[in-house]
Design a binder for this molecule. Structure first.
Ligand SMILES: [Zn+2]
Length: 278
């Protein structure tokens, strides 16, 4: 089916309700989600989301996310410094992050490059990104990467690494369809977020249709990137079944088959069991 033809509306009869899914990237500590994290997790579980990979923005989130993962076995902790927040890092940030990575089975994220923000320092972004990529490679941890308007540079930097992390995901992929096989060849998984449901977003919808089945992940990036028809203040991991159903429509796939496959891919990527605990 042509990407523009799909439009799976939010409705209780979604074909995916109850099919196990993994939200490969979200931020439970951010925005309105933070006020009711147990409720957000319960509503996600009620529609079949069995794991929520929770990414930090900066150092201030690390302890909270570790505590969340202790209290809720569905929460998969991902610690790092996002490119928007590199200027605020503390002098000892990297040794503190390494100590946590050495002590806990955490993934690394959210890290990356963003050339769309005002007042940025590209050299500093790259330095902080590469330090965290090196940590992920040395401790063999999965890594969740943000990239906007820097896809060519990301390819250059990752290609030049002597030793790369073995598991890298590009989250909320917003690059071109031409770059999809370039990243796949470098070993990336590509994760699709709610922006794929925006009818006018032909670029992301076309790219999402080209991602190799065994490299495809799904996520909400909540509370950011609300799916079409969902107000920002209602965006949360429980919207994942509709994102996955729309993605299946765009790809011309059976939604339940896509859900099962992306869940198996995510569990393997994050080294998780299919049960309720890591
Ligand atoms: Zn994010």
């Amino acid at each position: 089916m042509h990407p523009a033809m799909c439009s799976v509306h939010l409705a209780p009869q979604s074909p995916l309700l109850g099919t196990p899914l993994v939200d490969a990237h979200c931020h439970l500590q951010d925005g309105h989600l933070r006020a009711d994290i147990p409720g957000v997790i319960a509503r996600a579980q009620a529609v079949g989301v069995v794991r929520l990979v929770c990414n930090s923005d900066d150092e201030g989130d690390w302890d909270l996310i570790l505590r969340l993962a202790e209290d809720h076995p569905e929460v998969v902790p991902c610690l790092g410094i996002h490119p928007w927040f590199v200027a605020g890092r503390s002098p000892g940030w990297l040794s503190r992050l390494e100590a946590l990575v050495a002590s806990y089975p955490v993934a690394i994220g959210e890290i990356g490059l963003d050339r769309q923000i005002a007042g940025r320092d590209d050299a500093l972004q790259e330095e902080v990104f590469l330090a965290q990529m090196d940590l992920a490679a040395r401790y063999q941890r999965p890594v969740s990467i943000h990239c906007r308007k820097a896809f060519g540079r990301l390819v250059e930097l990752v290609s030049a690494m002597a030793v790369r992390p073995q598991r890298m995901m590009l989250h909320a992929y917003c690059g071109s369809h031409e770059m999809v096989p370039v990243f796949e060849k470098l070993g990336f998984h590509l994760s699709v977020a709610g922006s794929v449901t925006w009818p006018a977003n032909r670029k992301t919808r076309t790219a999402a249709a080209r991602i190799r089945a065994d490299r495809l992940l799904v996520e909400t990036d909540s509370p950011a990137i609300a799916p079409a028809g969902v107000p920002y203040e209602r965006n949360e991991p429980a919207t994942l079944p509709w994102i996955a159903a729309e993605l299946a429509c765009i790809r011309g796939e059976d939604p339940i088959a896509l859900a099962r496959r992306t869940t198996a891919t995510a569990l393997a990527f994050f080294s998780l069991s299919s049960g309720g605990s890591p």
